[in-house]
Design a protein around this ligand. Structure first.
Ligand SMILES: Nc1nc2c(c(=O)[nH]1)N[C@H]1C(S)=C(S)[C@@H](COP(=O)(O)O)O[C@H]1N2
Ligand SMILES: [Mo]
Length: 446
């Protein structure tokens, strides 16, 4: 297949899946499977993916094979530029440089605890200068409280008992790249997430000292990062949460990540960690928590920002504001972290060890299943118990490969409410929240 066809393949699959199948594989019958492909079609398909396809009969028509898809979950962008940022792995994928946004390819999320070097970065504004004296960093809690507080990090550490939890931090837009038509914003695949050990004090303890008034309904967060324009009156972002979320034991004012003082790029000296909900609530460079008597209306709280449709809307259509609700708990997601997409194994390999991770917002992961035959049969993976609420589940599985050839490994996680990951990103919305299709990787044996 020519490079040119390869490049436009994904676009073609998105625009006209049937024609794409015809271009790539020759004529494909109008069934939902590729099982009736004649010899010529099968040969073309094999040539396109690099090998015979043992489970070709189960291959869904109109679905770009993981081997050629550009935005298929797990695919890498063409020739990624090495990421250059002090202390960061060169393999992170830059999604934007002003503001700086970088995601972690799935295969770099293979550690039990995501090291700092591999942790994704999401900024909405400028990166502020690093604080010279971390313990002197001050933030305010005011608004609907009886005793407004101004407290330094040094005092916070002295006055309150620290806790440490390993918890997922995930951008609200994670999975956005899987929406069709393209949704507005950074094109995250699955790598706008990481699982670090966060140390801090529960926000609830500090709010108890501040004394919430009966009128307290919502939080509103501010930080020290200047707006991209440099306009001091504008906030880079200012989101908030209902008081019950703020009062959860795992919602932290945090100053350490993986046992080290929080680095500047991750919001040090002090940030919020609000696990299970969009990462935008986990405010970096924290300067203020404003307790409000109503839903917060800061930057990122209005219009279609961090909002999802209540009733499905027409993909690509005009949004009706009254049909949107604030995105709260994040959807379930599973990824394969080893092998990487596009792995080549020696001829004769008959067993493949898989590793990965799965996580969910408020409900937790019930199970993780894998398939190597395009979803015809599934096998339950072995998931390690999470250390604490909001930790991810590390999972392993071993699959038998009946012969050499081209395989796709699919993973599907299911949450404790029985919701499994779909085949494609559903509930389309203009800014692309909630996209959590199954992750799949291409593996070639021989
Ligand atoms: N002050 C401030 N806090 C912020 C942001 C920001 O731009 N400014 N981005 C938010 C978003 S959208 C996400 S996903 C997380 C990312 O945290 P990280 O960069 O440490 O990975 O920080 C959140 N906190
Ligand atoms: Mo985010």
């Amino acid at each position: 297949m020519s490079k040119q066809i390869e490049r436009s393949m994904d676009e073609l699959y998105q625009a006209d899946p049937e024609r794409a199948d015809a271009v790539v594989f020759g004529r494909v019958p109008a069934t939902n499977r590729r099982g009736f492909l004649g010899g010529a079609g099968l040969a073309a398909m094999g040539a396109a993916v690099g090998g015979a396809i043992p489970f070709s009969a189960n291959m869904p028509a109109g679905l770009a094979p993981a081997a050629v898809a550009q935005t298929a979950s797990g695919s890498q962008p063409k020739k990624p530029e090495p990421f250059r940022f002090p202390g960061k792995d060169e393999g992170l994928t830059v999604l934007g440089d002003r503001p700086l946004v970088a995601e972690t390819p799935e295969h770099l999320l293979d550690d039990d605890t995501t090291p700092l070097s591999k942790f994704f970065i999401r900024n909405n504004g400028q990166i502020p200068e690093a604080a010279a004296d971390a313990d002197a960093w001050k933030f305010v809690i005011d608004g609907e409280v009886n005793n407004p507080l101004t407290i330094t990090l040094g005092e916070l550490k002295k006055r309150f008992k620290a806790v440490s939890y390993r918890m997922i931090l995930e951008c609200g837009g994670n999975g956005r790249a899987f929406f069709q038509p393209t949704a507005r914003g950074n094109q995250w695949t699955n790598g706008g997430a990481g699982c670090a050990e966060w140390t801090g004090v529960p926000l609830s303890e500090v709010l108890r000292v501040a004394g919430l008034k009966d009128s307290a309904r919502y939080t509103g967060h501010s930080g020290a990062d200047p707006h991209l324009s440099g306009d001091e009156k504008l906030a880079s972002i200012s989101r908030g949460m209902p008081i019950p979320k703020a009062m959860e034991q795992h919602t932290l004012i945090a100053w350490a990540m993986n046992g080290e003082p929080l680095t500047n790029i991750h919001g040090g000296p002090v940030r919020l960690i609000v696990p299970g909900w969009p990462g935008s609530l986990s405010h970096k460079w924290l300067t203020r928590i404003w307790i409000r008597d109503r839903e917060h209306d800061g930057s990122g709280m209005t219009g279609t920002s961090y909002r999802v449709p209540i009733r499905p809307m027409v993909p690509g259509g005009k949004a009706d504001d009254s049909n949107f609700k604030i995105l709260e708990s994040m959807p379930v997601r599973g990824i394969i972290t080893n092998p990487a997409n596009g792995a080549r194994l020696a001829a004769g390999t008959r067993s493949l060890a898989l590793r990965g991770a799965a996580w969910d917002g408020d409900h937790g992961v019930a199970r993780v299943d894998v398939s190597i035959d395009f979803g015809a049969t599934w096998m339950q993976a072995k998931a390690a118990p999470p250390r604490n609420r909001y930790d991810w589940a590390r999972w392993t599985a071993s699959v038998n490969l009946p012969s050499d050839g081209y395989y796709e490994v699919w993973v599907r996680a299911t949450d404790n409410e029985g919701r499994a990951q779909p085949h494609i990103a559903g509930n389309w919305n203009p800014q692309g929240y909630g996209g959590n299709p199954m992750h799949r990787i291409a593996v070639l044996v021989g």
